[in-house]
Write a protein that binds this ligand. Structure first.
Ligand code: HEC
Ligand code: HEC
Ligand code: HEC
Ligand code: HEC
Ligand code: HEC
Ligand code: HEC
Length: 444
């Protein structure tokens, strides 16, 4: 009769774990469900107003007007969305063909507009036909896609997170639970089996006592000696590795006060490194550009294009970073002028040789003609700047041993080259043979 009881306890355990399993899987399914049903709302693209062609208008607008106008928000000129509702057609044609003439002639609307906009002069466009202007106005009369563009990026982001991140975690959790159940079951089954065996009067053979392995090991002096030598060597090796990393900040990537992306500037927009780091050509340091350099472009660029946003960073995020630049230089985007209220941007320095080492950019960039990327890596792909090379002495010396000095077209070297190439009996000299290994060249 007691056997029945034992049988019962096994089946109870099995039932319990089955229930737990199904529970964990249903909870996983529930988590996945909302992500799947959250389908994006259809973009309701309303039909454009007016007789012109908004597609052609957009093209004309971008080539002729975008330098000074945006559809929404002030630039050099006022926002142009729905400007066709503000003035009649004949007035607009006259204005676009030659606004200065209208102002001179004393047209009251034109004069007021001119005074309201800091007396900036708008370019005259006599070459635009009435048809062209119709097209432009059709483009400016298109309804703003405001809601869908501003609300969409955050929503897709959270949806992606819910779909990828959480369900992965849930699966992991479920697997852990299953493993745990299996372990518990094994343990209980083992217990039950021993109980059954005991009840039935079976003897479970005890293992004969042997000397534990560590006692045997301790008694063998040769083994102990070899092992301790091995351990000492390994410790020494790891200590050396650790000690060599002291002061080496390879891949150091601090968070900067403005999320400035080299990928977007030097990569997608192809801006030359030396436009911003102009000192690299002529002096020891490469320098970080002052914010005035940024404003050469950013007076007009207050937002990134839609295609710049990535899965990681939305357009709203990037636009917010440009706003930080404006706050720092005190630029009022709406009024298009400086307020005079500035605050410095404290960039975090990344590359930093110790004070006892001397490194000169112009020697390497201008004289040796080495690309920035040789030392700084594929900067045009870095979303955030980081230290690519180790900047150790071994790194400098290695390159000096391997790299030939560029002699052609450098008068300064002609004489030295003749003497040294005789001395070493070679055609080409490495930086090392030129003196690039002398301690004093790099150490004060
Ligand atoms: C060089 C800069 C510049 C360019 C290029 C430019 N504009 Fe303007 N626009 C202005 C300024 C500045 C004003 C405000 C009036 C003033 O100060 O003369 C203005 C005003 C206007 C207005 C009146 C807006 C209102 O709110 O009443 C219209 C319409 C207009 N521009 C259309 C255009 C069109 C269309 C183009 C392209 C074909 C264009 N502009 C190109 C600078 C420019
Ligand atoms: C539009 C201006 C601009 C351009 C173009 C640009 N940079 Fe920079 N660079 C900056 C600014 C601002 C910083 C400081 C912020 C940072 O570290 O991200 C910086 C930082 C750096 C640093 C790290 C400085 C430190 O703190 O140690 C390196 C290296 C660098 N740039 C190399 C390059 C190279 C190589 C290129 C060309 C592929 C390039 N930059 C193009 C503006 C620019
Ligand atoms: C030669 C022109 C130019 C200069 C100089 C320039 N930028 Fe930009 N910047 C751009 C353009 C163009 C974009 C928009 C890119 C896009 O939409 O693809 C941009 C985008 C940005 C963004 C948003 C994307 C990002 O990188 O996070 C920030 C922030 C920014 N700039 C900051 C700066 C700062 C700070 C400086 C000065 C060190 C600077 N820019 C100098 C042209 C320039
Ligand atoms: C031969 C290797 C090498 C080349 C080539 C090189 N750099 Fe550097 N760069 C360094 C080293 C090393 C440092 C650290 C210097 C220090 O801390 O004194 C550095 C530091 C910098 C810094 C930050 C500190 C400073 O000096 O202002 C910037 C910015 C920079 N480099 C930009 C550039 C740009 C842009 C180019 C290409 C025109 C370039 N580098 C080419 C090795 C190099
Ligand atoms: C990518 C290769 C490269 C790296 C990395 C490099 N150098 Fe150089 N270096 C050169 C070359 C090539 C020259 C020879 C330039 C010339 O024509 O004078 C040179 C020249 C020099 C000189 C002048 C030597 C002389 O005889 O006058 C000094 C000093 C120097 N490097 C220091 C450094 C230091 C410090 C580092 C490390 C932080 C370093 N270099 C890293 C390639 C490199
Ligand atoms: C090509 C340039 C260069 C030459 C030549 C050079 N050094 Fe260095 N040395 C460096 C740099 C760069 C560092 C800093 C490395 C770091 O921060 O990890 C350094 C660091 C050191 C250190 C500090 C320990 C360390 O590794 O950080 C000592 C000591 C030293 N050098 C001695 C010498 C002696 C002695 C010579 C001549 C035989 C020499 N160096 C030649 C560039 C050079």
């Amino acid at each position: 009769m007691k056997k029945v009881g034992n049988h019962n306890s096994i089946s109870r355990v099995l039932f319990l774990s089955l229930a737990l399993l199904t529970f964990s899987f249903t909870s996983m399914a529930q988590d996945a469900a909302p992500a799947a049903t959250a389908a994006p709302a259809a973009d309701a693209a309303a039909a454009p107003a007016g007789g012109g062609d908004p597609v052609k208008g957009k093209e004309l607008f971008n080539t002729n007007c975008a330098a000074c106008h945006k559809l929404d928000g002030k630039s050099t000129g006022p926002a142009l969305r729905n400007v066709a509702d503000k003035h009649d057609k004949a007035w607009l044609v006259k204005w676009i063909h030659n606004s200065s003439e209208m102002i001179k002639a004393g047209d009251p609307v034109a004069v007021k507009l001119f005074n309201d906009n800091n007396k900036s002069v708008m370019t005259a466009f006599p070459q635009l036909s009435e048809g062209d202007i119709d097209n432009i106005l059709a483009y400016t009369s298109q309804p703003a896609p405001a809601k869908s563009t501003t609300a969409a990026p955050p929503r897709t982001e959270t949806a992606a997170n819910a779909g990828g991140g959480i369900s992965n975690n849930v699966i992991l959790g479920a697997l852990c639970v299953v493993m745990l159940i299996l372990v518990v079951m094994l343990f209980m089954v083992n217990n039950v089996l021993t109980k059954v065996a005991k009840k039935n009067g079976l003897e479970i053979a005890e293992k004969p006592a042997t000397t534990p392995i560590w006692v045997a090991f301790a008694k063998n002096q040769f083994l102990v000696l070899v092992t301790s030598i091995f351990l000492l060597l390994a410790a020494g090796y790891f200590f050396y590795g650790w000690a060599m990393q002291v002061g080496v900040d390879q891949n150091y990537e601090p968070v900067q006060p403005i999320h400035y992306s080299h990928r977007i500037h030097a990569g997608s927009n192809g801006i030359d490194c030396k436009y911003c780091h102009s000192a690299a050509r002529v002096s020891k340091t490469a320098g970080i550009p002052s914010l005035n350099v940024c404003m050469n472009c950013h007076k007009n660029i207050s937002e990134v294009s839609d295609t710049t946003a990535t899965a990681e960073h939305s357009k709203a995020f990037y636009d917010g970073e440009i706003q930080k630049l404006y706050d720092a230089v005190g630029w009022d985007k709406a009024a298009q002028k400086y307020t005079g209220k500035t605050q410095p941007v404290k960039w975090v320095r990344i590359h930093n040789l110790p004070d006892f080492a001397y490194f000169n950019h112009s020697q390497h960039v201008t004289v040796a003609g080495i690309e920035c990327q040789t030392c700084h890596g594929p900067v045009e792909e870095f979303e955030l700047m980081k230290q690519f090379s180790p900047l150790t002495m071994g790194w400098c010396v290695d390159c000096h041993r391997k790299t030939d000095v560029k002699m052609e077209g450098n008068e300064y070297y002609t004489k030295i080259h003749e003497e040294l190439s005789k001395k070493y009996g070679v055609d080409k000299l490495t930086a090392a043979q030129m003196g690039g290994l002398e301690c004093g060249k790099c150490h004060y």
